[in-house]
Design a binder for this molecule. Structure first.
Ligand code: KIV
Length: 254
């Protein structure tokens, strides 16, 4: 798709029903993001989600997907400088879920892990720029790559990941100019979130896109629906019908 200049559409999903809808609508890629930690479990960060939980969500998404490529996030601590352990965790993810590929957060510091995983035949997408799993190291979700040194390291990490054999790179919350420069420099596709229009594709979190979480409204987000209002009103309508005995009616009874 990158070679044909066709932009790649990516959304997250964590369950069978949502995956079926996105897949049926023609999405290119479904990402089972570790944002499930926030959106599905209600944790304050992505650090709290476990490999077992990610496997559960990933399998549910695979069950609902016929056509889209499914990528699963490797959660915090599973790919972090111990190549044997990283490979074991990645094999579990592939074997127990049927996903097509995994995504890992990090650059040069997980070079050996990524090499080992790719050598074992597991397709890897790298995640660079803002890396939410490192929140306790940086203490902020602020934009990354604004300073020259950080931008330089980011470019080097992208080139390294390409050299190691990663099939794509997710770039989160970096200046649009830098994301465009990286996307032009490497042959593998870049997928951006808060990285401008110059990346080879875009990803957003499904609850954010569908307007299910009005408390979260970063600059990079565009809502395509207002499900929070629709679901609230539908729920209120249902409650009222139950209370007034308007539901169920005769046709809805045996
Ligand atoms: O976990 C996630 O949802 C992500 C986002 C950056 C899309 O990685």
């Amino acid at each position: 798709m990158k070679q044909n200049s066709e932009k790649i559409s990516v959304l997250t999903a964590y369950d069978y029903t949502t995956a079926r809808i996105l897949d049926g609508a023609g999405i290119d890629v479904i990402l089972v993001g570790d944002s499930a930690s926030n959106t599905m479990v209600g944790n304050p960060t992505t650090v709290g989600i476990t490999l077992d939980q990610m496997i559960y969500y990933s399998k549910s998404v695979v069950n609902g997907t016929k056509k889209a490529l499914v990528i699963a996030d490797m959660p915090f601590g599973t790919v972090s400088g111990n190549p044997i352990k990283s490979l074991e965790a990645s094999i579990r993810m592939m074997q127990e879920t049927g996903v097509d590929a995994i995504k890992v957060e990090g650059g040069a510091e997980i070079k050996e892990d990524v090499k080992k995983i790719i050598d074992a035949g597991i397709p890897v997408m790298a995640h660079l720029g803002l890396m939410p799993q490192s929140i306790n190291k940086y203490g902020t979700y602020a934009i990354r790559g604004k300073e020259e040194a950080e931008a330089k390291k980011l470019i080097e990490d992208c080139l390294l990941m390409e050299e190691l054999g990663a099939f794509g790179i997710l770039l989160e919350k970096i200046p649009a100019k830098l994301a465009t420069e990286i996307s032009e420099k490497i042959a593998i596709p870049t997928i951006g979130i808060g990285a401008g229009v110059g990346t080879d594709g875009q990803v957003l979190v499904i609850q954010d896109v569908m307007g299910m979480n009005k408390d979260f409204s970063p600059k990079f987000l565009r809502c395509y629906a207002d499900l929070q209002t629709i679901m609230t009103e539908a729920t209120q309508h249902y409650i009222s019908d139950v209370k007034s005995q308007n539901f169920p009616n005769e046709n809805e009874s045996y």
